[in-house]
Structures are given as C-alpha cells and as structure tokens.
Design a protein around this ligand. Structure first.
Ligand SMILES: Cc1ncc(COP(=O)(O)O)c(C=O)c1O
Length: 309
C-alpha cells in the first residue's frame, strides 16, 4: 500500500509530487485546502469518504474568494478522489488533503495574473488529538477579523501560533477567542458546550469555520437525541461552567474536553451527551448507520482484501 497524489492532472506516487521554491502560494498563503476523512469499515472491507461533496462545495466557494479557477466541477473532484483512494488501497482510516493554490513560480503579493493548480493526496492518519479527553487552554492568539468560509492556508498561521502556545503550556489544544474576546473555536476544530442539557456553539458570525462535523453533530443531536443546538455568542466564562464540552472536526472527530484553563468541565469525565454523540458519529462515518449512508461515499469497487467486486 502506498500513497498517491493526483498532481498536475495525473496520478503519481506521493514522493514524486513536488513544487518549486518560488511557488506563489508558499510565500503568501495564496491557497486553500480541505481535509476529508476516509473511514475504514473492517467488516465491509470498505473505506467510506465522509461528506465528500460538502468538502468540495466548500472548496469551490473558497476558490471564488481567492480567485482560483478550479478546472473541475464538484462531481469531478469527488470522482478524482474516489479514484485516488482506490489506487492507494489502504485498509485503515485515512485522511485526504486537497489543495487549490496559486501555482505560478512568481513572486509579488496578489491574486491576479497567476496560474492556479489543484492537487490531492491521501495517507493513513488515525485520530488527530490522540487522547480520550482533551485539556484546553484559552489562547492569547485571537481569530482574525476576516474569516471567509474557506480553509485558506495563509490564515492558519494564527492557529499554528495558538496550538504551539497551548502545547508548550501543557494543554492538548487551544481555544481561540474572537477579536472582541468571545469564544470562537479550536485551532482545528469547532467547539460545543452542554448548558442546561442543550448544545450551545458559537454562531457563524463568531469568526468560526462553519465545520461540516459541526453541522453533522447538530443534525445527529436533533434527529437522534432530540437535543437542539443553540448557535449564539459564547462568553469565555461559560467555558468554565458548562456541564460538558467537546471539539468537532474532520481530523479530530468528536473529542471530549475534560479541562479548560485548569478548571474541570463537569466532573472531568466524558459527559453523557458527548459520549452518545461520539458513538452515533463513529457509526455514521463508518457507514454503519443506514439512515446516513447518503453522507458516505464508498471508495472501493473491488475489495482491497479479497480482490472481488
Ligand atoms: C479552524 C477550523 N475550524 C473548524 C474545523 C472543523 O471543520 P470540519 O468539521 O469541516 O472539518 C476545522 C477543520 O479542519 C478547522 O481547521
């Protein structure tokens, strides 16, 4: 099993996909990425790509913001990705990383008069926050005031500063505030609190990336647990008094938060609602819940284990 990339319009081994040091995106952050999970179902010998279409819809929207001319439709991007994953043939959880970027080897801060390109690669990747429950620290680094709904590479520097600050302060993850000091999100995840038995999460105007996992959790909580989610402004002090807290993201799945700024959340254990959502989510993303199969794109036509259709 080895990783491949779809790079400059063809499939090549990942190790052969290289860009030059003058590439515009490398200097000015003029690119955007997505993160897509492929979840291995060991009974079905299948990898399910979760909410593939939604990831590429978000990428297409981001390309409008960055004036990147993406020469593939959402459906074509989905097909390329399925073909890539099938070619890699992994039998474990994977992560798929598409990037659309200003590819000219030309310096100068701008978006115009530059060529665009797209690549995508896949590789095995287990849980992002590889822990049962996380401790978080509120970061001194704030979210930028302009937060387009796209994973723009250049905008991730404040997240990287926040994450390293958190790790060096002994936490697993950072919680970033909005420019005016309200709760926004983690360095690579959205955040949910349980308050009075309801879910509360920072609203779309709170400088968040409107996560696909966030939307999945809102739907599962409503449909399966009868719990509504309130999207609103969240004060920093509410982090300390919430009954439960968890982070959501394609890479991090649903990660319970046990402690924030050295204060225990609830009793410091995984909360009841969090645990139920984790179980539901784990089944849904692996194609084990027939109600949500529309969200799961199977990658293998031919089983990588038996070689049969
Ligand atoms: C800053 C940030 N917020 C939120 C998320 C969660 O988004 P999604 O659930 O679509 O992966 C991510 C995911 O990578 C992220 O980088």
């Amino acid at each position: 099993m080895k990783s491949y990339a779809f790079f400059q319009k063809k499939f090549v081994p990942l190790s052969e996909a290289k860009i030059g040091i003058m590439t515009n995106c490398l200097h000015y952050g003029t690119g955007l990425f997505e993160g897509i999970r492929g979840n291995w179902n060991s009974q079905q010998k299948q990898i399910y790509l979760f909410r593939l279409k939604e990831h590429y819809e978000r990428m297409h929207n981001g390309c409008r913001v960055l004036r990147i001319n993406l020469p593939y439709t959402v459906d074509e991007l989905c097909q390329i990705t399925v073909e890539l994953v099938e070619k890699c043939g992994f039998q474990e959880d994977i992560y798929v990383r598409p990037v659309a970027y200003k590819s000219s080897e030309a310096l100068g801060v701008r978006l115009h008069n530059l060529e665009d390109d797209f690549f995508v690669f896949a590789f095995p990747w287990g849980p992002y926050l590889d822990i049962d429950k996380a401790s978080c620290g509120v970061s001194s680094w704030r979210r930028p005031s302009e937060t387009p709904q796209a994973k723009i590479t250049g905008l991730y520097t404040s997240n990287a500063l926040a994450k390293t600050e958190a790790i060096e302060n002994g936490f697993h993850e950072a919680i970033m505030l909005t420019p005016d000091g309200h709760v926004s999100e983690g360095s690579g995840e959205n955040i949910f609190l349980v308050i009075d038995g309801k879910l509360v999460t920072p609203a779309s105007y709170e400088h968040i990336l409107i996560g696909i996992t966030r939307n999945t959790v809102i739907e599962l909580a409503r449909n399966e647990l009868g719990i509504e989610t309130i999207e609103r402004r969240v004060d920093r002090s509410e982090l300390y008094t919430a009954e439960e807290c968890f982070l959501t993201g394609t890479a991090a799945n649903i990660t319970p938060v046990a402690e924030i700024d050295h204060r225990k959340i609830g009793n410091g254990e995984i909360g009841e609602i969090t645990a139920k959502l984790q179980q539901l989510y784990a089944d849904v993303i692996r194609g084990n819940n027939p109600k949500y199969l529309d969200w799961c794109t199977p990658a293998y036509k031919v089983s990588p284990v038996t070689g049969t259709e």
